[in-house]
Design a protein around this ligand. Structure first.
Ligand SMILES: Nc1ncnc2c1ncn2[C@@H]1O[C@H](COP(=O)(O)OP(=O)(O)OP(=O)(O)O)[C@@H](O)[C@H]1O
Ligand SMILES: [Mg+2]
Length: 346
């Protein structure tokens, strides 16, 4: 594991974390962040160049990488199948997913996680979270790493990386539902965990860049919009003030409107989860991804979701040399996925 880094290639940047195991805990050995400066979703040449620059500029020494597939083309489904041997289950999941993917089914690569065993009448059924992607996407991802001489040992999906990041830093109570919400640049992923297992995951096509666009549109229409109508200015405004209620935060009302619709969709997902699986409510939410750094987001989410919400510190239980690794509080949740990926084990 010491030679392995978690590499999270998102739409807005690349985050790398390498940990070293020390007894039963971990020490942070390497960390890196590269911001693309433009949206680079599915832009392989740009991602390839960025990864290479990040590794060489920081003289990073890892040889193996655990990464995640983050593409608009990832198909994420919840399905039920009758209880059967593992080997047959794989085929059955494949069969179910092939009916649902938007690309040629013969190009499909899939994986799944059993979330529960439920009784329907006299039959026992597996409740399953299944994921599928096309081979072309996987090849593109491998190509990015090959250009830097890095060996990819694992390609995961975001909810599984989030589960490991959660497990490393928070304690579990039996039967309690926890949610982790990754608010990235283009999208938000909700994962619900119980008893150390992924129970449910959903992706919402709304992220931090939509907040910035809401400020751009809002300020360009407002009489006091100064030059906030430009993306870069609006982004700076968002990062400086976030959701803090103050007289000089002219962006707040536009952020609130945009984030309200995100909160509404999260509410719907929680309601669906509770109703569909006859579950108890989610009792704690951890916010991660770059947008979790938004000032006062914890208060806003707690109030509007009606559940205690906390910004993640993915290094909470990870020892680090404070002199070498200076990470601002607001920037901590950027690294949650990379931490989760770096905890991958065979
Ligand atoms: N301190 C901050 N306050 C508010 N927003 C922030 C802050 N820092 C970063 N962001 C926003 O977070 C987003 C980037 O987050 P992140 O790196 O998690 O996204 P990503 O992984 O690249 O994207 P995706 O997960 O959608 O592929 C951008 O929209 C950026 O504006
Ligand atoms: Mg991301």
């Amino acid at each position: 594991m010491d030679n392995l880094a978690g590499v999270d290639i998102g739409a807005s940047g690349i985050k790398i974390v390498r940990l070293k195991k020390s007894g039963s805990s971990y020490v942070l050995k390497e960390i890196g962040y590269y911001k693309f400066g433009e949206v680079a979703l599915d832009n392989i040449p740009l991602q390839k160049e960025a990864l290479h620059k990040l590794i060489t500029a920081n003289k990073m020494r890892f040889k193996d990488a655990a990464t995640q597939i983050s593409t608009a083309a990832l198909c994420m489904r919840h399905i039920y199948l009758p209880e059967m041997p593992k080997k047959d289950l794989k085929e059955a999941v494949k069969w179910e997913l092939k009916k649902q993917v938007a690309f040629p089914p013969e190009e499909m690569i899939c994986d799944f996680s059993i979330t529960d065993t439920v009784k329907k009448g006299d039959v026992k059924e597996f409740s399953i979270m299944a994921f599928a992607v096309s081979r072309k996407e996987v090849d593109g991802l491998l190509d990015i790493f090959a250009a830097s001489g890095v060996n990819v040992v694992s390609i995961d999906v975001l909810p599984m990386a989030m589960l490991r990041a959660f497990d490393a830093n928070y304690s579990w109570e039996d039967g309690v539902n926890y949610a982790m919400i990754d608010i990235g640049a283009l999208k938000t992923v909700i994962s619900i965990f119980k008893d150390r297992k992924l129970k449910f995951a959903r992706e919402i096509q709304l992220g931090g860049n939509d907040l910035t666009m809401a400020i751009v549109n809002g300020l360009s229409k407002s009489p006091n919009g100064y030059n906030g109508g430009y993306y870069g200015n609006a982004e700076a405004e968002k990062i400086k003030h976030g959701m803090t209620a103050s007289d000089d935060n002219r962006a707040r009302e536009f952020i609130v409107t945009a984030i309200d619709s995100l909160v509404l969709q999260i509410h719907r997902s929680f309601d669906y989860y509770q109703a569909q699986f006859r579950e108890t409510p989610v009792s704690k939410v951890i916010l991660c991804g770059g947008t979790a750094g938004l000032k006062d987001i914890e208060e806003f989410f707690t109030e509007n979701l009606g559940v205690p919400c906390f910004r993640d510190d993915p290094f909470k239980n990870i020892a680090k040399d404070k002199k070498t690794f200076k990470i601002e509080r607001d920037a901590l949740p950027l690294f949650t996925t990379a931490v989760g990926l770096s905890l991958w084990q065979k």
